[in-house]
Each structure stands twice: as C-alpha cells, then as structure tokens.
Write a protein that binds this ligand. Sequence first.
Ligand SMILES: [Ca+2]
Ligand SMILES: [Ca+2]
Length: 393
Amino acid sequence: MLVAIFAIAVSHGMMARPLESETPRNSRHANSNVIKQRMISTKVIRSEMQKRNISSELQIPATREKASVVVAVIDTGFDSQHRRLKPHRWLNRGESGWDSLGQNKSSNGLDDDGNGYVDDTTGFDFVERESGVILDTHGHGTHIAGIVAEHAPKAQLMNLKYFDRTIDGIAALRNSIEAMKYAIAMEADIINYSGGGVVPSREELAVLEEASRKGILVVAAAGNEGSNSERQPFYPANYKLTNILSVTAIDSLGAAILPTSNFGTRSVAVAAPGKDVLSTLPGNRFGVMTGTSQATAFATAAAANIIIESRNRGEEVSPEEIIERIVISSRVAPNLNGKTRLGSKLEARRALAFRSETKTKKAENEKNQFLKAFEAELLRSESQALVNPLANR
Ligand SMILES: [Ca+2]
Ligand SMILES: [Ca+2]
C-alpha cells in the first residue's frame, strides 16, 4: 500500500522543486490560520480564554502531583518568554547550568550533552540552525504552544522550529524530519505536529516508525483542505501507524466540522475545537486562530493529561492506549457522522477518567460503564452509519 503511495509521489515529481506559483505538494507547512484579533486586554484574558474555550468541555482539572510530561511542539517556534509559556518551557538538563570553566552551558558555544546541537537548552531552531533564542516570526507555533500549556498544566514544551515564511516546502519537510529525530533522541512523550502536506515521505515515515518503537505519541493535524482524507491523504496524519492520532476541527459549539477541515472515517480519529480559538501570540499578546492545527493542540493536551494521570499511579501508558482512551471516551455528535472514526468529538475529562488498561475490579467496572454509556449514545444518535462507516461515503 505504502509502496504504491510512494510510487505515485515520485511520479508526480516529489523530488523536484515546486514552481513558485504552485502549492508545493511535496512540502510541509504550518496549517493556514487567520489571526483575527491580535490584542485583547490582558485583564480579561483569563476569563475570555475560559469563556471561549470552556464550551468545548475541555477544562481539565489540574493535577497536584509532581509528574511531568514532555511535549515536542514542532512548529514555527514559540515565544518561550511569553508570560504564559515561560513556566512550561522544557529544559535540556545537559545544556543547563555551568560547565567546568564556570560558563553557562546554555551559551558557551559547546554541545555539552553531545547530541549534535550546540546550546540547545529549550529546543532547536532548524530553520536558522543557530543556537540562542528561538524566534516565532509567524505566530502559529506560539498559538499552538499556548493551547497545550493552558489545558495541560504539567506539560513541558520542547521548542522545535521547522518552518517560517522564508523557507520552501522541501526545506520544511527536511527540517520536520530532523525535528522529529530530535524529539525522539531527547525522549519527548508526545510530538504535536500541527502541519503537513499531501505527499508522503519515506524518510518521515521511517522516523515516525522509530517514534512508534520508542512509545512516542504523534498528534497530527488532519489538514485544512476540506477534503476526504481517505481519498486525498494528508501527511503525517495519514501514515498508517498505530501511534498517530489524527485530529480534525469543529466549531466553537462543537456541533459541526469546519468547512475547511479534512475528514475521514478511518484515518481521522477524533474532532476537537478549532474555530476562533483564543491563545497566546508572540510578545505577550493573545489572539484567535482557526484550523485543525488548534484542534490538534487540544488533543495533545488531553493526551498529556492522560500520561500524567498514569504516571501519578506509577504506570506508563502506550500511544495506542492513549488513542483508545481518547476515541472511546469521545462524544458522538450526529453532525460528525462520517467525519471521524466514530463521528465524535474529544471529551478531555472523560478521556482522563477512562482507563483502557484496567487492573482493578473498580477500574473494570468504570470501563464497562463507559462502554455502556458509549453504546447508549450510539443508539441515541439513531444513526446506523455510525456503525457502518461506509454508508456515509
Ligand atoms: Ca547539545
Ligand atoms: Ca552549551
């Protein structure tokens, strides 16, 4: 199957540089978003964020324990000095503190931990390929990081910049692959990839297979083409790997998929809010953006909380178990019928409460209750197509 896909990709000139007038088909790019509102009074920002985002029922109770979870945000970089993001910065311990000469490891010009990157204290800028402050000149990455930080209080965010407006799609794909390798080497728990392209890459697939072997969950945007992902795949969301969670976007009421959102009854796992999502922007600003990128970040936050919840119990949860928890606990909505695997939207609270690996009788009962409620919901939706995904295609 994949061999066939690659053959098609190559025959369409995968290795050729795209014409400037064309959309680079062999590229990766941050999904398109419109910043509708750049400035909102900082005094009202907290209540605004809650008011806007609460309708998605994604408010997650903060965990008290000390466990942490590392999320690699592979994007346009994020403003780690933003006051909402600063507490969530991932720190590379091997590039922090003082070296034998009394110099700060974060700025001594040395690769102190020997991972191939100099002074990569908070992540790495694969566009500029220079150490130092990672600038988000786009805004997308800061917005994504803000959603994860807001909804996953224990998340530490690895800052991996693969894209900005100065580079072409081929470079963006190459940078993506390097950023993914970095996230694997530095033992991220989750990779958030709010971007993609319509042509697969053999090398990208290989690195994501490695992520799978290492037990790293990859949460990827379904894409903003408004197309059926079964017929027009979007990568990396569409790679047939068990550790990839593909997410599409719904409106703020959670009732319907956005016209721009890609969909698919096999390839898209779940829907999450993606319209006019309020989050952080570079320079201590806030604003709203729209797209499957934002939905992806919500799912990443939910997954991060599941990992924390498991670690608080002294257990590790696999990517497959996280995906199962998120999909089974999601809420079926008639308008999402035929749009995702179950025609359902993310329910972060239920996903957090649901345990797929049941080890106690109480937990077993809990799981059964969830499954019963889920089946009842299927019946209530009065949609036979839900159990026969092909009926709506
Ligand atoms: Ca290093
Ligand atoms: Ca250093």
